[in-house]
Design a binder for this molecule. Structure first.
Ligand code: SF4
Ligand code: SF4
Ligand code: SF4
Length: 299
């Protein structure tokens, strides 16, 4: 009986409008499921639900209209299927990700692999506030990372090899931010306008634009819902290990200091966000405050 109570307390078990039914949400890091897992979910949904599933905004699947008395059995079958019950309460919920460098030609980072690593370390941790984490491979931000409590965006800085630009203007054409112009026969970057998407780098037919090593912009305190808010830019780091370290620090900071009952976005000033940022930058020597100055001779 105690175990039944435990499973009903899990965030992934959601009481429906008709309280005689529950919806069961599964854990699917980065929204990736194998065909076998999908087949298994279909069988379980048919056996315990009404034979339908719902694809959620957080890249997971939920099984609606489940009899609460059967959830313990259903949960066991989900574990066996490799798709355990997920989370939805004040905890770290399903990590979402765009296709990143696995499939998208615009990507600067491998988002899916990183999302899985974050999931393995953090998923389901109980927190004073709900923590959503989203990754996008470039500033196109297809998963809206800046509207999550933690957002990660892959970026690159364009660099022009000195003296080799033909002034053809190809990069000017491809830059959607109007951040490049041709001056005195060579390309010139407007650092204020550049969002570090890297499109100009791949567009140069003469292969003379290069990118500094990819880097990861990390944002904190975004949210969707009835009063959406853009997260604040925390810093940029250069490796996956640094991303994992910084996320671990953010989670620890929120876990220890945040109050329950209020969204993280409403607490950032009280939590001394700027002081936290300064502390983190000291701990990750290679980290930059956001918008590092561009080296001379950039595109
Ligand atoms: S965010 Fe960028 S890398 Fe990710 S899917 Fe969108 S365009 Fe591609
Ligand atoms: S950087 Fe490349 S694409 Fe841009 S103007 Fe120079 S040669 Fe042309
Ligand atoms: S990286 Fe290149 S294409 Fe992207 S905004 Fe900057 S200058 Fe424009």
């Amino acid at each position: 009986m105690q175990k039944d109570i435990d499973i009903h307390m899990k965030g992934g078990v959601i009481t429906e409008r008709n309280a005689g039914f529950s919806t069961v949400r599964i854990r699917a890091p980065a929204g990736i499921l194998t065909i076998e897992q999908l087949r298994g979910i279909a069988k379980i949904a048919k056996k315990y639900g009404t034979g339908t599933v719902h694809c959620t905004t957080r890249q997971t699947i939920e099984i609606p209209h489940v009899n609460p008395a059967l959830i313990r059995k259903l949960a066991k079958e989900l574990v066996k299927n490799g798709t355990p019950v997920g989370s939805e309460k004040d905890e770290i919920v399903n990590i979402i990700s765009c296709p990143g460098s696995e499939r998208c030609k615009f990507a600067n980072i491998d988002t899916i692999s990183l999302a899985k690593k974050i999931d393995a370390k953090m998923f389901g941790k109980e927190m004073p506030v709900k923590m959503r984490i989203a990754l996008s491979g470039c500033p196109n931000a297809c998963t809206s990372p800046m509207l999550n409590e933690i957002g990660i965006i892959g970026r690159v800085r364009p660099l022009r090899r000195e003296g080799m630009c033909t002034g053809c203007g190809g990069c000017v054409y491809y830059c959607k931010e109007n951040a490049i112009r041709i001056r005195n026969g060579i390309s010139e970057l407007n650092e204020e306008k550049c969002v570090e998407c890297g499109m100009c780098v791949t567009s140069c037919s003469f292969d003379i634009l290069t990118a500094e090593p990819r880097h990861y912009l990390i944002t904190v305190g975004g949210r969707r819902g009835r009063h959406p808010k853009i997260g604040r830019e925390l810093l940029t780091v250069q490796t996956e290990d640094q991303v994992l370290f910084v996320i671990d620090r953010i989670v620890d900071w929120v876990f220890r200091r945040a109050w329950s009952g209020r969204l993280l976005s409403e607490q950032l000033d009280e939590l001394h966000f700027e002081k936290f940022r300064a502390e983190i930058i000291k701990q990750v020597p290679e980290a930059h405050a956001v918008k590092p100055g561009h080296a001379p001779g950039t595109a």
